[in-house]
Design a protein around this ligand. Structure first.
Ligand code: CA
Length: 225
């Protein structure tokens, strides 16, 4: 089984890698949140061990992001923060278990076994977002309106997914740029407006009922007509 290790402290990484490899687990390491997200989204891991305090994207946010993409791999949070609030944040973000540093390696192994046993019996549930007659299948990465299949590029898909995950909520350009493009908004770019207009062409143009809405001066949202 392959384990993704997202941890920025080299000593902890070495300790975990060595111990896990000895127990027959293959490991891949990400030293920051961005790299962790990229590797996690490839989705070929049996387990993710995730530190909370990381450069770029923290562990809670990273966990949330991969869950939003429909990735169901068990996540074990590993952190020096051990208050009840921290644990609740971890579980809210979609973590399956929580281990507070410092910990015994044997304890980690026991948690790994429990988590991977649980997940092997798990049936991958389909994740589908629906707004009116528009359907977005997150597993198949496909979009359809009524019976018409809509071809979307990666970023168009992500933007539509973000809108559909927040049905009825006005999303500012800043929020959208950060979420979909991972960029802090620069007033010189109109990337969000450009992509919204592309989505409108693909989703709304051929239909009388328009789903993507503009809230003037505030942003965009999707809703049932
Ligand atoms: Ca850390």
């Amino acid at each position: 089984m392959r384990i993704l290790l997202v941890e920025d402290e080299p000593q902890v990484v070495e300790f975990l890698k060595k111990g896990l490899n000895e127990k027959g687990y293959e490991t891949e390491v990400a030293y920051d949140g961005h790299m962790g997200e990229r590797l996690a989204l490839k989705g070929d891991f049996g387990l993710i061990i995730l530190d909370v305090i990381l450069p770029n994207i923290n562990g809670y946010e990273l966990c949330k992001r991969i869950r939003e993409k429909g990735i169901q791999v068990p996540v074990l949070m590993l952190t020096a923060l051990g208050t009840t609030d921290d644990k609740v944040s971890g579980f809210d973000a979609g973590a399956d278990d929580y281990l507070v540093k410092p910990f015994e390696f044997a304890e980690l192994l026991a948690r790994i076994k429990a988590l991977t046993k649980r997940s092997s019996g798990l049936i991958q549930t389909s994740k589908v977002l629906i707004v009116a007659d528009l359907t977005l299948d997150l597993n198949k990465k496909s979009a359809t309106r009524r019976d018409k299949r809509i071809e979307l590029t990666g970023k168009e898909f992500e933007l539509l997914e973000f809108l559909m995950n927040n049905i009825g909520r006005v999303l500012s350009r800043v929020e959208i740029a950060e979420k979909v493009w991972d960029i802090t908004f620069d007033t010189g770019t109109n990337v969000v407006d450009v992509y919204i207009s592309i989505l409108r062409k693909k989703i709304d143009r051929d239909f009388e009922e328009k789903l993507i809405q503009t809230k003037f001066g505030l942003g965009y949202y999707i809703d049932e007509p």
